[in-house]
Design a protein. Structure first.
Ligand code: BGC
Length: 736
């Protein structure tokens, strides 16, 4: 009785559990409580214990983590809980409960006695996990959402996706995947947003804001340097500290500091010899110490925890999906090799997330299908797919651009391996169960006045040959599928090649020999080579895995209802050997400072299609670049402006990209680094001034010997351009 009634006093609360008690009274309260307990429970000494948690001192990071929730009340309640819970109860809250998502989510237990809710986790990056088999909105994959270059749109996707995740009773979404696309053969390329740190950080932060606006916890995954699939459980990535801090980590820092992400998942691989879940450098030093992360870290699922005490001490709070290693924590406390205060510190991270997000106060939803596949979400999936289509090529056919297909196009032949299939992406943890899927053929067939003839296979028979020759236009929907790329073990793993399958190449060749207006639509998670065939076709569209509404979005773009505005979030090289090597068999790999457009640019190698590139049905000109200040200092935000004129005949969106180059640097630099972007909507003939906010801190480099970020004095070129290789317009900044 005494213990239950006054346990809150141990946490600095009055015996009613709510009013604060003076801090210096705590010792007296503890002593009195102990004495009283000894007397009251003398007969059953094993049934009770007195545990005094370490006092808790809030930091700016723990305060801001809670958002609008009263963080003092949360921390006090946690302290009270830590005093009241047994060691076994604590450890039960620090690991998943089952290897499969029982009760429609991966449960991390709470504690009923103390009203602590626990967590319910579920994938993932493109909608409600297919594990549940509940039909829900299949959004375009994150890489296609990256191609929109529109963080506001991505925030809407995050919010919609979170509503669907909540509808099955989960409270934590295992997304975003925010690993750098170091090489396009990475099997999970489609799950992330970009090859570029700046772009990826902006899009992932936008997604997190959307998810968390719905009271759902996001999980930034996978920390860190996870960009190879087939060896993910064993590979050790050697990466120098400058590269790690400048290329592989900044987007995670922004997830923490700009988007207040609730949780972080550690990666499977090793970084510089340490498994990520055991890396005190990544988790304790950088994530918590330097960035101020105040939420919890969970391990990745399939044997993603490698230590018990070492992982806990490194900064891992939850072992998923079951305590294979963390079950050793209890014995470790009992034999004195681990302090229960260390357990408390980790559990505080977990409870803070649960209570700051009010998970304890929420009515439990077991299933609400009315929140899934809503007309709004379905319309959003189509809008995003429209906005993410990238027009790579659009040459003239008989004097006019091949696209859009005009009113004179009535007979369309559709070919290619992905024309009639629901090609939604990987079948691994990001897979989602659709209700209906509009394939490319479906979408094109729904156009009024258009007759579609679809032919399977890679060889044109007599009927197909006749139809192709007679068609007003031929659309070949090809590229990759879930057998070519995906997550290891549960999906296809890394891609074997960047080239199209040989049969598809033959099909393109056969069709272009018969008809001048051939449009090739590429589906896939990242770069597919166009070298060797693109000269023969007038138009190429990159359509990624465009989600359940993809066929409609494709028709919208091909027929010109929507002007294409997508931009590549990766480079497409002329050949794979233009990129750094991709080694998905070795146990040890080294990641260099350069990859993607920064690698190509440094080597003076022109890409087939540049990072950031994409055509429109109009054209734009840039003029009058300017900056709000030319002398810069650490901490400054510079407004970069440029006038964008729509020199064509139809209204469209233009994405203005701002690249920076340090003229004279004491360390190797890429010729251009993306440091900001924005989008403007410009009517035909109109001029709009675009503004991009440039963080001067992002011009610094990591000086590994000084262990510090350094803003080098000198001149920095600021280039506002259409893509990573366009000349654009320039101005400069001066650091003293
Ligand atoms: C993946 C994670 C995923 C988890 C749960 C793991 O294998 O790497 O991204 O969230 O499974 O499905």
């Amino acid at each position: 009785m005494l213990l239950g009634a006054c346990v809150g006093a141990l946490a600095g609360l009055g015996c009613d559990g709510a009013t604060p008690a003076p801090a210096d009274a705590t010792v007296d309260v503890v002593r009195d409580a102990t004495t009283a307990l000894d007397e009251a429970f003398d007969a059953t000494p094993d049934a009770v214990r007195v545990w005094v948690p370490d006092p808790f001192t809030p930091t700016p990071a723990t305060r801001s983590y809670c958002g609008s929730t009263n963080d003092d009340a949360v921390e006090a309640r946690i302290t009270a809980a830590l005093a009241a819970l047994t060691l076994e109860e604590k450890l039960a809250m620090m690991a998943g409960a089952a290897v499969v998502p029982l009760d429609r989510r991966w449960r991390v237990p709470g504690n009923d006695r103390l009203g602590l809710p626990g967590l319910g986790m579920l994938d993932g990056p493109r909608g409600v996990s297919a594990f549940l088999h509940v039909p829900s909105t299949v959004f375009p994959v994150a890489m296609m959402r990256g191609a929109t270059w529109d963080p506001a749109l991505e925030t809407r996707v995050g919010a919609a996706l979170a509503q669907e995740i909540r509808s099955v009773g989960a409270d934590t979404v295992l997304a975003p995947t925010m690993n750098i696309l170091r090489h396009p053969r990475w099997g999970r390329a489609q799950e992330t947003y970009s090859e570029d740190t700046e772009h990826l950080g902006t899009m992932a932060a936008a997604f997190i804001r959307g998810v968390q606006s719905q009271g759902v916890l996001a999980s930034a995954k996978h920390l860190a340097a996870y960009s190879i699939e087939n060896t993910r459980h064993r590979v050790d990535v050697a990466v120098d500290e400058r590269t790690l801090r400048e290329v592989y980590l900044p987007q995670f820092r922004r997830a923490v500091q700009e988007a207040n992400v609730a949780s972080v998942m550690s990666a499977y691989n090793r970084v510089n010899g340490a498994w990520c879940d055991e890396s005190a450098f990544l988790l304790n030093q950088v994530l918590r110490g330097e960035w101020g992360f105040a939420g919890f870290v969970e391990s990745d699922w399939v044997l993603g925890t490698h230590g018990d005490v070492t992982s806990l001490r490194a900064g891992l709070d939850i072992e998923m999906p079951v305590p294979l290693h963390f079950r050793a924590l209890g014995p470790a406390v009992r034999n004195g090799s681990l302090s229960e205060h260390e357990v408390d510190a980790a559990l505080r991270h977990i409870l803070r997330a649960q209570l700051c997000y009010g998970l304890d106060a929420r009515p439990h939803v077991s299933d609400d299908p009315s929140l899934r596949n809503t007309p709004e979400h379905v319309a959003l999936a189509r809008e995003v797919a429209q906005r993410g289509m990238v027009l790579l090529k659009n040459d003239a056919v008989r004097g006019a651009p091949a696209l859009p297909l005009g009113p004179s196009v009535h007979d369309v032949v559709v070919l290619g391996r992905n024309a009639t299939r629901a090609n939604l992406g990987d079948l691994g943890s990001s897979n989602v169960t659709p209700s209906t899927v509009v394939t490319a053929v479906d979408g094109l067939s729904m156009r009024a006045g258009v007759t579609v003839h679809a032919f399977d296979g890679t060889a044109l028979d007599a009927a197909a040959t006749t139809a192709v020759r007679a068609a007003d236009a031929v659309v070949i929907v090809t590229g990759m599928d879930a057998d070519d790329e995906g997550e290891a073990e549960v999906g296809a793993g890394d891609r074997a090649s960047l080239a199209l399958p040989a049969g598809e190449l033959a099909l393109i060749q056969a069709a272009t020999a018969l008809n001048p207006r051939v449009v090739v639509v590429l589906e896939g998670g990242a770069a597919i080579l166009t070298h060797g065939w693109r000269d023969a076709v007038p138009a190429v569209v990159f359509a990624f895995y465009p989600g359940a509404q993809g066929g409609l979005a494709l028709a919208d773009v091909l027929f010109g209802d929507a002007a294409p505005s997508g931009r590549l979030p990766f480079s497409i090289p002329e050949q794979e050997s233009d990129l750094p090597p991709f080694d998905d068999t070795s146990d040890h790999v080294t990641y260099g400072f350069l990859h993607g457009y920064r690698h190509l640019g440094s080597n003076g190698v022109a890409p087939a299609h540049a990072f950031g590139a994409g055509l429109s049905y109009t054209s734009f000109a840039y003029a009058n670049p300017g900056v709000s200040q030319s002398a810069i200092h650490v901490g400054d935000l510079v407004d970069v402006r440029v006038d964008v004129t729509n020199t064509g005949t139809r209204r469209a969106l233009e994405t203005v990209q701002v690249y920076v180059h340090a003229r004279a640097s004491s360390v190797p630099r890429a010729p251009r680094d993306l440091r900001g972007f924005t989008q403007v909507d410009v009517a035909a003939g109109a001029t709009v001034t675009a503004h991009v906010s440039l963080r001067v801190d992002d011009l610094r480099y990591w000086d590994a010997s000084a262990h510090a970020w350094v803003l080098e004095p000198g001149t920095y070129d600021v280039i506002a351009a259409h893509d990573s290789v366009a000349d654009g317009v320039r101005t400069t900044l001066q650091a003293q």
